[in-house]
Design a protein around this ligand. Structure first.
Ligand SMILES: Nc1ncnc2c1ncn2[C@@H]1O[C@H](COP(=O)(O)OP(=O)(O)O)[C@@H](O)[C@H]1O
Ligand SMILES: [Mg+2]
Length: 226
């Protein structure tokens, strides 16, 4: 049960990747961060709540993702129990959401330690990120607690447009991470293998992107700052 006595093991931290924009990078964030934290010795649990089951499909390919615990749950009423079970047994739980707002997403937001909103560098993505922030705000009000929220720029092609997008995200109250996922073919290749650049190209630039993002998130998750 949540919040049980002092002796209880600290629950794993719960990150929910969410935006109603399809293709923004939710599943890539989950698979890459999950792979990175597993490679650095943390116990990682994954939860696929997307009816498209992209993460579950990647997990079945037998690459490094297959070494992580994955649960697939599209019944909204099973989402919170699944997150609770995973967080009892893992250091971090990454929840992948569908590319549209649904009840499963709201339940996951309700128990998130951090909501990570991926956004590509265009108007429609930034608009959806701002909409998602409003949904998180309402979920915060509903659950009477503050839910930490960050955006992450994904598939960045040009620094200039990334800076503009970052400014827009700040104005809209969706604080962007400094680190970002640049547009790199290694992310796409990894998806075919159920793997991630963390093991496919550990010294490559995509791996550096992942490390930078993970290291920026870690203090938010494990040192109580947000
Ligand atoms: N940083 C990136 N560089 C290149 N391709 C990317 C990057 N991030 C995601 N992709 C590709 O874009 C597509 C959509 O990403 P995905 O993570 O599935 O988005 P979502 O889960 O939000 O729908 C996938 O084919 C993925 O491989
Ligand atoms: Mg997805």
């Amino acid at each position: 049960m949540r919040g049980e006595g002092k002796a209880a093991r600290q629950k794993g931290r719960v990150i929910v990747t969410a935006t109603a924009k399809g293709g923004a990078g939710k599943t890539t964030c989950v698979s890459c961060l999950g792979s990175y934290w597993a490679a650095t010795g943390r116990q990682v649990g994954l939860l696929d709540t997307d009816p498209n089951q992209t993460l579950a499909r990647w997990h079945k390919k037998g690459g490094e993702l297959a070494n992580l615990t994955l649960r697939s749950e599209t019944d909204e009423h099973a989402i919170i129990p699944a997150i609770d079970e995973l967080s009892a047994a893992h250091d971090v739980v990454l929840v992948d959401c569908a590319g549209f707002s649904n009840q499963a997403m709201i339940f996951a937001l309700g128990v998130a330690d951090l909501v990570l909103i991926p956004a590509m560098t265009d108007e429609a993505n930034i608009f959806e990120a701002a909409k998602m922030k409003r949904l998180v705000d309402s979920t915060s009000q509903m659950t009477r607690r503050t839910i930490a929220i960050r955006s992450i720029l994904c598939r960045v092609k040009r620094s200039q447009v990334a800076e503009h997008s970052r400014e827009q995200l700040k104005v809209m109250g969706v604080p962007p991470l400094m680190a970002r996922f640049n547009d790199r073919v290694a992310f796409q290749e990894a998806s075919f293998f159920g793997s991630s650049p963390v093991t496919l190209a550990p010294k490559g630039p995509a791996s550096e992107d992942i490390k930078a993002v993970a290291e920026e998130l870690e203090p938010l998750l494990w040192r109580g700052k947000n």
